[in-house]
Design a protein around this ligand. Structure first.
Ligand code: GLP
Length: 263
């Protein structure tokens, strides 16, 4: 696992966006580039920069297929807090050549949620898997909606949200945790792990414990993000604020190892 530490949120996002853009540009195969995407505040700056490059003609999404990580169960697409709405408002609506048919987001209103998850997992496989999965993590280290103690080999399925996550996400639901859906559809830890490359954004003081557990703790289902220690091509991009719980030697190791990446 690589850990790329940037001075602040803006630089972390710029670095991550440039990294993703370089991967898309370098993709010369006939099949599309398959990009996994998260919601949350962490990726917003990355989306802004990717859209800026796209509008400026530096980066095309014409040959990109996207798969989002998760969606609330029971929220219609057009709901103001659905992840479908979030992704369109924060990203897709700002791209000039993204094809609507290439956007995949789990359907939170599916009559048979389990079947919807199976269909999603199969569709990812039909493209030959995900080339690069961008992600964020929760304060408790959850990856997508894979809360603590979700199997590290889990596939796309229905997940119950913990009280902690509903409290954290209540900021988007008028501050009332009971208004946050109790369940969601989510790609599995195993689904993310099977991607050719994984890039996780970790920013801010409130993620410091999660970053330390993911990097320095053992691989453990309590911190589902820690599974990436076993991935051959995983990068955590983080800011200085998120490094507060790393031991000094770990922090210095990665600053030195990734000094060329520092913006
Ligand atoms: C939600 C999403 C996660 C995301 C997390 C952190 O729970 N399901 O995929 O990583 O929020 O969000 P933020 O980036 O806003 O801290």
């Amino acid at each position: 696992m690589r850990v790329v530490i940037q001075e602040n949120y803006e630089k972390m996002c710029k670095w991550a966006a440039d990294h993703i853009a370089a991967r898309i540009r370098a993709h010369k195969e006939d099949r599309p580039f398959v990009l996994g995407l998260p919601t949350g505040s962490s990726p917003v700056g990355v989306y802004k920069e990717l859209a800026r490059q796209n509008r400026g003609g530096e980066l095309s999404f014409a040959n990109v297929v996207t798969f989002n990580m998760d969606e609330y169960l029971g929220l219609p697409r057009k709901h103001g807090q659905s992840y479908w709405t979030f992704m369109h408002e924060n990203f897709f609506n700002h791209l000039v050549d993204m094809k609507a048919d290439n956007i995949n987001i789990l359907n939170g209103m599916a009559k048979d949620p389990a079947a919807e998850c199976e269909r999603y997992e199969a569709k990812i496989l039909s493209y030959g898997g995900v080339d690069l999965f961008l992600g964020g993590i929760g304060v408790d280290g959850h990856l997508a909606f894979n809360e603590p103690f979700t199997s590290l080999t889990s596939r796309t399925g229905v997940r119950k949200l913990t009280s902690d996550t509903r409290i954290a996400n209540s900021r988007f639901f008028g501050g009332d945790p009971s208004m946050v859906p109790a369940e969601a559809l989510s790609v599995g830890v195993g689904t993310v792990f099977d991607s050719k490359e994984v890039l996780i954004l970790i920013s801010g003081h409130n993620k410091a414990r999660a970053l330390a557990a993911s990097v320095e703790g053992g691989v453990n289902h309590k911190w589902t993000c820690s599974v990436l220690q076993n991935h051959n091509n995983a990068i955590i991009a983080c800011d200085e604020e998120a490094c507060g719980e790393l031991t000094v030697d770990t922090y210095k190791y990665f600053l030195d190892a990734e000094r060329r990446e520092r913006l």
